[in-house]
Design a protein around this ligand. Sequence first.
Ligand code: PMP
Length: 368
Amino acid sequence: MTSRRVPLRPAIDALPAYVPGGRAPVGAAAFKLSSNENPYPPLASVQAAIIDAASDVNRYPDMFATELTEAIATELTATLSDAARDGDGDIGPDQVVVGNGSVAVLGHVVEAVVDAGDEVVFPWRSFEAYPIVVSVAGGTSVQVPLAEHGRIDLDAMAAAVTERTRVVMVCTPNNPTGAAVTHTELMSFLAAVPGDVLVVVDEAYLEFVRCDDPVDGPAALAAHPNVVLLRTFSKAYGLAGLRVGYAVARPRVAAGIRAASTPFGVSHVAQRAALASLRAKDELLRRVDSIVDERTRLVDGLRAQGWDVPDTEANFVWLALGDRTGRFAAEVRTAGVIVRPFAGEGVRVSVGEREATDLFLRFTAGWR
Ligand code: PMP
């Protein structure tokens, strides 16, 4: 037998590794502020739903997550603004596609519309999964540099759209810089982008936004059939470990995303937990308020120490440390805080427990 090797697709071979924050070492006295997770454990009602669902896992889950999809559609419809209502009316279950975390849903969105050689435009630096899902689908990434203060440069993004562009991603708030676009900015951008280019508005951190004129995703979707909203239960709803995310789109686009999706992609346990979380929405959003308060304390504390911190609308802050990034990440880890370094660029620090903020600020006060 000759020693032959299975060839990998060049696009796969060339992929950068996705570097997750990982789980904090068991037993270590460390705060894990590296994955933008929710510091609160699941509510008792959510834990009860998880335990209850466990007795059914010998069966496949509901393939279409019917109850969850309907609950999401009902929730979206109940909270529609007048601007969204003026458009296409209610949001039906045929417009919602759930998947194994919003990162998987994003992959299905891209697979549904991108053919080999098609271009996908996105801001950079942004969510590190973007270039990966594009390469896996056989597409070509077109990265548009951020503007000042980690803000997405929507004008440059619109200018980057060509005949080959099939998808544009707008990450707002942007991971890892935290800057959000306003609704007015998004609507002008959508007016400038051709209607046959899918615009994915990645709203993973939507619930943490407190700026004036926040993006109204359903209103954007009502006005522009080429919009897809991407949302998740991982952040504000605190279910990162169970992997539930979803897309909201016009029915035809949603059907395409569903067709590209992994069958039974969301487990029964995850479906029940997400449903229980929707039922406990008010309580969970009060926790989000606390996280936002903690964010203010962290940003104000850092600025008072002289750090240059861009405005953030997410559950994390960005420190553009340049070539001091590696040293900072290593030293703060020794002090008991795990942050997410982006080599040569900066660190992203999630907003966590009060004690984590205290410890982090004690560290930054003395670091140069
Ligand atoms: N979008 C953005 C901008 C993110 O930061 C993340 C998680 N880091 C995701 C999507 C994916 O989240 P999940 O797959 O847990 O829903």
